[in-house]
Design a protein around this ligand. Structure first.
Ligand code: GLC
Length: 654
C-alpha cells in the first residue's frame, strides 16, 4: 500500500512539474478588439491554441469605436508595455509605423503570401516601402435601400433626392441616415460625398486640395440634407450602431453603412429581413461613385518578446479558415479575394458577389503620419457645417488653412503658438462655461437637498441613500447611458417629455453644440450633486444645536438663522467641496469623451480633451506638456483664491 501511495505521489509531483513547466514556457500574447459578439475571435483563438499549445492569446474586448481602441493601443505603446498583437484599422499604420512602434513583417510575408489579399487592403499595411500590417477583414461604405418601398436604388444624389421627394415623409420616414457624429466615421462619410463629386483632400504631392468647387458642393449638399429634412438632425449624434438602429426601426429609406450591417438587417427576427437591397453609394452626376476603404488587420508591437509566436498567430488569423469564421459569425468581409469566389461562403452570403467589385474600387483615406490630426480637423468643420454653425465657404477656408499648417508642420516657439492657438481659446471657453455652470448648479441644488435631508422625516435614511447612487456609478458607464437616454428617437428622455406634454416633438439634444453642452452639464450635475450634498450635510451636523435654539429664542427666523449661523459655519465645508468640484469640472474628460467626443462642431471639446489629443493623437508632446503645466499652475492659483474668499476675517486673524 505504502509503495502504491509513494508511486502515486511521485507521479503527481511529476505531472504538476510538467504542467507548470509547460505553463511557464507558454508565450502570452494580448490583443484588443471590439466586443467578440458570437465568439468569432474566441473560435479562431481556440483553433490556433489547439495547434500551438505553447502560445496563449488573450483577446481583450475594447470599445466599439475605432478612435477609442486606437487610443488604448497608443497608451499601451507609451507605457512601454504594449499589447503584443496590434489589431489595426486601415488608418493607423502610418502613424504607428512612423513612431517605430511596429515590427516590419516583410521578412515573413513576401509577395507569394500577400498576393491573395485585395490590393487596397494590403496597401493600407505599407509605410515607406515596408509591410507592417496584414489585412484580416476589409470594409467599404455602401448604400442600403428599402427594396420593399422603392422601385430601384439611385445612381446619383439627384436621383436619390427625387426618390425621396416621392417616397419619404419625415419625421415618420426620412430619406437617408449616415454617421454624422464628430468621430472617424464622419471623415469616411464626408470623403464619400467628396470623392463622388470628383474632389479630394490632398493632391498627388500631398498638399491640401480642399479649395475646390467639388468640396464646396459637398459641404453644401451635406448641409442641405439636414436643413431640408432629407436626413434627421439626429445623424449629428450617430455612429454606425445608432444609424443602423434608426434604419432597422423602419424610419429611413436609405442607410449608409459598412457591409457588416447586412447580416444584422437580415438576421432572424429582424423587421427588415429580406426587404433591403445593397448598392454602391450614389455619386454626383457625371462622377464615379466611391466607397471609403475600411477594414482591420494585424501587426506586431516592437519589443514583443516572442515575435515568432506573434507571426504564427497572424499567419493563422489572416488565413482563409479564420476569415471565414469572422464572416460567418460576424458578417465581416474577408480581406482575401479568393474567398469571394468560395462556394461555401457564396451559398451562405450571395451578396458577396455584389460586394467584390465595390471592394476593388474602394478608396483609401490619406496615408500620413499626421492622419489623426487631419481627420479630427475635417470632422470638426464638417460637423460645424452639419450643425449649421459654420457656412461652407468659411469652413473650407478654415480647413485649407489648418490642413496646410498640419501638413507643412512649421517650427514655432511655444509662446508664439500659445498666442495664436485658436483651438486653445475655444476649448478654454468651453471648459470655463462647463465648469462654472455645472458647479454653480450643483451648489444650489446640493444646498437645497442637504437642507431637505437634514430635517427629520420618515424614511429619511433611504432617501439619503438613494440620493447618493449617481455618485457611486462609474462615469463612463453613466455617460454611455445618458448618450442613449438623450438620443432621438430612441431616448427615454424625449419619450417621457413628449408623453408628459412638456415637448411637442422630440428634441435632438446631442445634435447641436449648445444642446450637447447642456446635456453634458445635466449629466455632470446629476452625477456630482450627491458629493456636494454629502459634504454640506456633514457641515450642517457640525453646527451646534444649542446655538440654533438660542437664536430661535432670541426671535431669529429660519432665514436669519441660516444666513448668520449656518452659512458662516458651513464655509469651511463649502471651501472643500468647491475646490474639489471646480478642479474636477475644469479637468473634465471621461464624461465628455464618451458622451459627445467634444462635438458637434467642437462645441463640447474641453481643455483636457484638447491636451489629450495633442499628446496622444498628434504626437505634440512638448506643447501638450507646456499646456498641462500652465493648467496646473492655474488650478493651484484658483485653489488659493477659493481659500481666501471663503475664509472669514476672524479666521484669518486666528
Ligand atoms: C469601420 C471601418 C474602419 C473605419 C471605422 C469608422 O470599422 O472598418 O476602417 O475607420 O468603421 O467608424
Amino acid at each position: 500500500m505504502k509503495k502504491i501511495l509513494l508511486v502515486g505521489f511521485c507521479f503527481l509531483i511529476g505531472f504538476w512539474y510538467k504542467v507548470s513547466l509547460g505553463y511557464a514556457k507558454r508565450t502570452i500574447l494580448r490583443m484588443v478588439g471590439p466586443e467578440d459578439v458570437n465568439g468569432a475571435w474566441a473560435e479562431i483563438i481556440r483553433r490556433f491554441e489547439a495547434r500551438n499549445p505553447q502560445i496563449h492569446i488573450q483577446y481583450l474586448s475594447g470599445p466599439w469605436s475605432t478612435d477609442d481602441r486606437e487610443n488604448m493601443y497608443i497608451r499601451s505603446f507609451l507605457s512601454g508595455d504594449p499589447f503584443e498583437i496590434v489589431y489595426m484599422d486601415v488608418t493607423w499604420t502610418a502613424k504607428f509605423a512612423a513612431r517605430g512602434w511596429l515590427l516590419p513583417l516583410d521578412r515573413w510575408f513576401g509577395p507569394e503570401k500577400t498576393r491573395v489579399f485585395f490590393p487596397g487592403a494590403l496597401k493600407a499595411g505599407y509605410y515607406r516601402g515596408h509591410l507592417y500590417r496584414l489585412p484580416v477583414t476589409t470594409d467599404v461604405g455602401v448604400l442600403y435601400w428599402r427594396r420593399d418601398l422603392l422601385p430601384r436604388p439611385p445612381r446619383t444624389w439627384a436621383e436619390l433626392e427625387d426618390l425621396c421627394r416621392h417616397y419619404a415623409h419625415p419625421p415618420g420616414l426620412y430619406c437617408l441616415v449616415f454617421q454624422g457624429m464628430q468621430y472617424e466615421g464622419l471623415t469616411c462619410n464626408f470623403l464619400e460625398f467628396l470623392w463622388g463629386a470628383g474632389g479630394r483632400i490632398l493632391d498627388s504631392s500631398g498638399k491640401p486640395a480642399l479649395d475646390s468647387p467639388a468640396a464646396l458642393w459637398t459641404l453644401n449638399f451635406m448641409q442641405h440634407l439636414i436643413k431640408d429634412r432629407f436626413s434627421p438632425r439626429a445623424v449629428l449624434s450617430f455612429q454606425e450602431e445608432h444609424s443602423l438602429e434608426f434604419f432597422l426601426q423602419g424610419r429611413a429609406l436609405f442607410l449608409r453603412n459598412w457591409p457588416y450591417a447586412w447580416k444584422i438587417i437580415n438576421r432572424k427576427g429582424s423587421p427588415l429581413r429580406g426587404r433591403v437591397g445593397l448598392a454602391p453609394l450614389p455619386a454626383r452626376k457625371g462622377h464615379l461613385s466611391a466607397g471609403t476603404l475600411g477594414g482591420w488587420g494585424l501587426g506586431i508591437a516592437r519589443g514583443t518578446k516572442d515575435p515568432e509566436a506573434a507571426r504564427a498567430f497572424i499567419e493563422f488569423a489572416t488565413s482563409a479558415e479564420a476569415q471565414k469564421i469572422l464572416h460567418l459569425r460576424r458578417g465581416w468581409l474577408p480581406a482575401r479575394r479568393d474567398l469571394f469566389r468560395d462556394p461555401d461562403l457564396l451559398r451562405h452570403s450571395p451578396y458577396l458577389r455584389e460586394l467584390a467589385p465595390l471592394l476593388e474600387k474602394a478608396r483609401p483615406r490619406p496615408v500620413h503620419p499626421a492622419y489623426p490630426r487631419l481627420s479630427d480637423t475635417l470632422q470638426k468643420h464638417v460637423s460645424a457645417v452639419l450643425a449649421g454653425v459654420e457656412n461652407p465657404p468659411k469652413a473650407l477656408r478654415a480647413l485649407s488653412r489648418t490642413l496646410t499648417f498640419i501638413v507643412e508642420e512649421p517650427e514655432t516657439g511655444l509662446l508664439k503658438r500659445l498666442a495664436r492657438d485658436y483651438e486653445l481659446r475655444r476649448t478654454l471657453k468651453n471648459t470655463l462655461f462647463f465648469g462654472l455652470v455645472s458647479v454653480g448648479l450643483e451648489f444650489v441644488l446640493g444646498l437645497f437637498l442637504a437642507l431637505l435631508l437634514y430635517a427629520p422625516f420618515p424614511g429619511r435614511t433611504w432617501v439619503r441613500l438613494s440620493v447618493l447612487i449617481p455618485w457611486a456609478l462609474p462615469t463612463a458607464v453613466m455617460a454611455m447611458s445618458w448618450q442613449w437616454m438623450l438620443n432621438n428617437p430612441f431616448g427615454v428622455i424625449n419619450d417621457l417629455l413628449v408623453r408628459a406634454g412638456i415637448l411637442a416633438h422630440p428634441v435632438d439634444w446631442l445634435a447641436s453644440p449648445r444642446g450637447a453642452m447642456w446635456s453634458a452639464i445635466l449629466a455632470d450635475v446629476w452625477k456630482t450633486t450627491p458629493f456636494v450634498v454629502l459634504i454640506l450635510l456633514a457641515g450642517l451636523y457640525s453646527v451646534p444645536r444649542e446655538l440654533r435654539e438660542s437664536m430661535a429664542v432670541d426671535g431669529a427666523g429660519p432665514v436669519k438663522r441660516f444666513l448668520y449661523l449656518d452659512l458662516p459655519l458651513l464655509l469651511p465645508f463649502i471651501r472643500v467641496a468647491l475646490i474639489f468640484r471646480l478642479l474636477q469640472a475644469f479637468g473634465i474628460f471621461d464624461l465628455i469623451w464618451v458622451l459627445t467626443r467634444g462635438g458637434p462642431a467642437d462645441g463640447t471639446r474641453t481643455l483636457c480633451l484638447y491636451i489629450y489629443d495633442l499628446a496622444f493623437r498628434y504626437d505634440d508632446l512638448g506643447y501638450a506638456l507646456f499646456l498641462t503645466a500652465l493648467f496646473f499652475l492655474a488650478l493651484i492659483g484658483l485653489s488659493f483664491l477659493i481659500v481666501r474668499l471663503t475664509t472669514l476675517g476672524y479666521e484669518r486673524r486666528r
